[in-house]
Ligand binder design. Structure first.
Ligand code: ADP
Length: 246
């Protein structure tokens, strides 16, 4: 579904991604792990079309959607697929002045032009799915971090994304709140949602991921089956990284 090919990203003089290539197949849960500063978030944000490549390209279903010097066709393709790519951020980013329901229906109403009744019915179903049916009329500030993040997941799902990207979605949460969010993510994975997950949760990567991508210093150092990676990492860098979780 998504093909990242030789992606380079620079911020000024700093090269953050040194020609990264990876694929995400339909129904896969690709977990991106690695030390802080290794470029995981930059890779994810590039796939989300929130960062423009300095080199290389990203394609979705065979159409190029990002290059360093996008042609009009590439820009058009990016516009057309943008709402197929859902994103869940570390800091939830809910709109504080809107209640939970309005947070969820805003984009379907405005971007997808979904009729209001239908958007509300879908939002209610999504709230049930993330276990927050009773919070429909509540404002974000009255919710726990875990609840806010589950609303953010419902909001992303309301756009019927083809792929859902998670950027350290549980990093800001206390352990018990992490758990409730991870359970929702796990349920989505079990339903066959295509997901790219930047995470520090090694148990999630091992048990839920269909593939693990290990990054260090702006490159993919190892990639493969989670059990094989965690039990038998083949590079020193991965061994050293995993040691901290023992
Ligand atoms: P990770 O997610 O693995 O912690 P990031 O992708 O967040 O890594 O960051 C990789 C490197 O890129 C870091 O050195 C970070 O400081 C740098 N970086 C990220 N975003 C920017 C930016 N907008 N401007 C300048 N440097 C950035």
């Amino acid at each position: 579904m998504i093909a990242v090919d030789a992606l380079v990203k620079r911020f000024g003089d700093l090269t953050v991604l040194h020609g990264v290539s990876m694929n995400i197949g339909s129904g896969e849960v690709v977990c991106v792990i690695g030390p802080s500063g290794s470029g995981k978030t930059t890779l994810l944000r590039s796939v989300a079309l929130l960062e423009a490549p300095s080199g290389g390209r990203i394609a979705m279903n065979g159409r190029v959607i990002a290059t360093a010097e996008p042609t009009r066709a590439v820009k058009r393709a990016a516009r057309e697929v943008r709402s197929d790519i859902g994103m869940v951020f570390q800091h939830f980013n809910l709109w504080p002045h809107m209640n939970v329901l309005d947070n969820i229906i805003e984009a379907p109403l405005r971007v997808r032009r979904t009729p209001r009744d239908q958007a509300i019915a879908e939002a209610e179903a999504l709230l049930a799915k993330v276990g927050l049916s009773d919070k429909r009329d509540t404002y974000p500030s009255q919710l726990s971090g875990g609840q806010q993040q589950r609303v953010a997941i419902a909001r992303a799902l309301a756009m019927h994304p083809a792929v859902l990207l998670f950027d350290e979605a549980t990093s800001a949460l206390d352990p018990e709140l992490k758990r409730e969010v991870l359970l929702v993510m796990r349920a989505l994975a079990a339903e066959g949602m295509t997901m790219m997950v930047v995470t520090h949760e090694m148990n999630f990567a091992r048990n839920v991921g269909s593939r693990v991508v290990f990054m260090d210093a702006g490159e993919i150092v190892e990639e493969g089956d989670p059990a094989a990676f965690f039990d038998h990492p083949t590079t020193d860098r991965a061994v050293r990284f995993l040691r901290q979780f023992e």
